[in-house]
Design a protein around this ligand. Structure first.
Ligand code: MEV
Length: 431
């Protein structure tokens, strides 16, 4: 465990990462280069997009002390929101002393969809499905061969008749394993090959019927099977420090009530889940993963029973508290930006080069840590206390404070409530 990590200087923090073997001297150079936006680094970023005017910087942080299934991680996070990293780190530090995060990857299956229109009988298609899939497997072989060597590939097919769209609307639903990659390019390439084969196959087998016409072929970001379960658990007395009267059970019961509200009220559930994604998306961004895809999947998962509800839940026994979470996480540690963005590569190094399953667990733990800190703050001191403390430097910078004034203000506000007007009056008095 690292005690007082946040109070160390930036250089001291970097040196700890080097000492722990989590980054190399070369990676440290990349971190420093990124900080100073050197030409070479910016050129690399410019290749990621179109019509680039500049590069848009966000802080690259680390939350220490994530104990996950018995292993300690320092978790890289990229976020603009002041209190997110501090909140995640505080929760991680607390839970590291109480058994840490317990995570299990349930499944890693990904899905692709080829939609087509065909005026024939659905039963006729069902009868030739296994023949069709053999043809498709063969056609996709040049792409799947490599993935199979890494333990992935096409794992299943089914035919869906979308009568609600039209009598002629079909989907070939394809399941994939993508090893340590998120697999978007692999899946889409396979699907596009299949899209050229399907009309040909149907034409050959049903020459008397109208031709099949492809509508589109694309992976689905809905990954309700590709999930991680994560929980933290402690006896009530461990939670006493969060209660004004030191009553851990009182804290736990209030915490559960807050989560139960999010399990019943959609307006609250959306904000509650946003707090979970504060942690999840920050790690996704740091590791070069597609946060829009994961967020879309998470929100669809939250509404799986017909009503949008909290992704986390609390169970209490006679003497213990358990906060748990299940989230879909289709992520990768190879491919995409994970290696192209130098800081994403450093982030993965800091996580000791995890495989995709380990990264899924780390991300889920970051989500649960964020959720714990948010609901803890909401049911105790309120959210603004911690948030405004972290936001202090932003307010000072906006008001044009000098570095001396920033230091003085940080000392002054240590035990006081931060507000825009309080900071303004502090600066007027300390000009
Ligand atoms: C703020 O970014 C996140 C929270 O609103 C989450 C929550 O309300 O649970 C504090």
């Amino acid at each position: 465990m690292f005690k007082g990590f946040s109070r160390l200087s930036k250089d001291e923090k970097r040196q700890i990462l080097i000492r722990e073997g989590l980054i190399s001297e070369n990676e440290l150079t990349e971190l420093i280069k990124a900080e100073h936006s050197q030409v070479e680094f910016r050129k690399r970023l410019e290749g990621f997009s179109e019509n680039v005017l500049s590069s848009y910087h966000l802080p690259f942080s680390v939350a220490p002390n994530f104990l996950i299934n018995g292993s300690l991680f320092m978790v890289p996070m990229v976020t603009e929101e002041s209190s997110v990293v501090a909140a995640a780190a505080a929760a991680a530090g607390f839970w590291a002393q109480h058994g840490g995060f317990h995570c299990v990857v349930k499944n890693t299956v990904k899905v692709g969809q080829v939609f087509f229109e065909w005026e024939g009988e659905p039963d006729q298609l069902h009868k030739v499905l296994s023949e069709l899939t053999a043809v498709l497997n063969e056609a996709a072989k040049p792409i799947t061969e490599n993935m199979e060597k890494r333990g992935g590939g096409i794992t299943g097919y089914s035919l869906v008749h979308h009568v609600a769209v039209s009598e002629a609307c079909f989907e070939l639903h394809v399941e994939f394993e993508t090893a340590d990659s998120m697999g978007a390019n692999f899946i889409n390439s396979c699907l596009e090959i299949m899209a050229t084969e399907i009309p040909e196959f149907i034409g050959q087998h049903f020459p008397d019927q109208p031709e099949a016409e492809i509508i589109m072929a694309i992976l689905s970001n809905h990954t309700p099977e590709c999930t991680v379960e994560c929980y933290v658990e402690a006896p009530f007395e461990a939670l006493g420090k969060f209660d004004t009267n030191g009553d851990g059970k009182h804290f736990a019961v209030r915490f559960k009530k807050a989560v139960d509200i999010a399990l019943n009220d959609t307006s609250r559930a959306v904000t509650h889940n946003k707090g979970i994604y504060n942690g999840i998306s920050a790690v996704l961004l740091a590791t070069g993963n597609d946060f829009r895809a994961v967020e879309a999947a998470g929100h669809a998962f939250a509404v799986k029973n017909g009503k949008y509800v909290s992704l986390s839940g609390v169970t209490l026994t006679d003497n213990s508290f358990r906060l748990s979470l299940e989230v879909p996480l289709a992520v990768g540690t190879v491919g995409g930006l994970t290696r192209l963005h130098p800081l994403a590569a450093s982030a993965l190094k800091m996580l000791k080069e995890p495989d995709a399953k380990t990264l899924m667990m780390v991300i889920a733990a970051a989500g649960l840590a964020s959720n714990f800190s948010a609901v803890k703050a909401l049911t105790t001191s309120g959210i603004q206390h911690g948030h405004m403390k972290m936001h202090l430097v932003n307010i000072l910078n906006q008001m044009g404070a000098t570095s001396e004034q920033v230091e003085e203000a940080q000392r002054f506000f240590k035990d006081k409530t931060v507000s825009v007007s309080a900071v303004r009056s502090f600066l007027t008095k300390n000009n």
